[in-house]
Design a protein. Structure first.
Length: 143
């Protein structure tokens, strides 16, 4: 059902993914001319099209999984894909940040933690989806 606990965790995971689109990963006091990501003082998803696409897809997968509550196996797969997409986005953002070479001048923003939060929410949702599936199977055995 749509009012299950995994819906809340999927919603929080999707919200974390979509919030990543608005919050910066890191900022600097002034623009750095030789930097690919700090040329505008802010490192966010707008600095690379892949980051933008990854976090948008991660949020969309989470929201789609919410409405597939009758198909728990599909919901499990979508939540796993959303978790993997968010983990991949976090890894890509971390790799871009570490390769830039201007980390000492940057201040980390709230956006850097959101992929981890989304990953955790998706994994917790998967736990509860599996619990529902086991409950349904046990009830079928009783019939």
């Amino acid at each position: 059902m749509i009012q299950r606990i995994q819906t809340l965790f999927l919603l929080l995971g999707g919200a974390a993914s979509f919030t990543t689109l608005a919050l910066p990963f890191a900022t600097t006091g002034q623009a750095i001319a030789g930097s690919a990501i700090f040329g505008d003082q802010v490192f966010d998803v707008n600095d690379h099209i892949a980051l933008l696409a990854i976090f948008a897809v991660g949020g969309a997968l989470a929201v789609a999984a919410i409405f597939l509550f009758k198909k728990r196996q599909v919901q499990l797969v979508l939540s796993l894909l959303a978790a993997l997409v968010n983990a991949g986005g976090g890894i890509l953002a971390g790799a871009m940040y570490s390769q830039d070479g201007h980390q000492s001048e940057a201040t980390l923003g709230a956006g850097i933690a959101l992929p981890l939060i989304a990953l955790a929410m998706h994994m917790i949702a998967r736990k509860f989806i599996r619990k529902d599936e086991q409950l349904v199977k046990s009830m079928d055995r009783l019939r």
